[in-house]
Write a protein of this length. Structure first.
Length: 128
C-alpha cells in the first residue's frame, strides 16, 4: 500500500512539474526586464490609493522638476517587490513618506513577453 501511494505521489509531482496548475510554463528570466524589452509593459491598476503611480504615462512627466520619480520591480503577479523600491527624485520629504506608506498596496497588470508574464523594472512618476 505505501509503495503504491509513493508511486501515485511521485507521478502527481511529475505531472505538476510538467503541467503547472494555474501557472505559466515559462522559464523565469535571470533579471527583471526593462520596458523596452517586453511586448506589453507593466501598468498601474488605478484605485483610490493616493499618492499613486501615474496610470496614464503622460499624466505626470518624469522630466518635470516637481514630479516624484520612483523605481521598483513588479513581479509576475503584478505586485511590486518592496525591497527593490527606490526614490529617484522627490520634491518634498512629505510626499516621499506618503509614497513609502502606500507603495505596498499598489497593484499592476504584469508585463508580458509573448504569452509569458515577466518581472519588470519600472520607473514612474507619482501623482497625488
Amino acid at each position: 500500500m505505501s509503495r503504491h501511494l509513493s508511486l501515485v505521489t511521485a507521478c502527481g509531482l511529475l505531472l505538476c512539474a510538467v503541467y503547472p496548475v494555474g501557472g505559466q510554463q515559462c522559464t523565469p528570466p535571470v533579471s527583471p526586464a526593462f520596458e523596452f524589452q517586453v511586448d506589453s509593459p507593466a501598468s498601474a491598476i488605478p484605485d483610490s490609493t493616493h499618492p499613486h503611480p501615474a496610470a496614464d504615462r503622460f499624466a505626470a512627466r518624469k522630466d518635470d522638476p516637481e514630479a516624484m520619480v520612483v523605481q521598483f520591480v513588479v513581479d509576475t503577479s503584478g505586485i511590486p517587490i518592496a525591497r527593490t523600491f527606490k526614490i529617484l527624485r522627490s520634491p518634498s520629504g512629505g510626499l516621499s513618506d506618503s509614497v513609502r506608506a502606500v507603495f505596498p498596496r499598489w497593484r499592476f497588470t504584469p508585463s508580458r513577453q509573448g504569452s509569458c508574464r515577466v518581472p519588470q523594472l519600472v520607473q514612474t512618476a507619482v501623482v497625488r
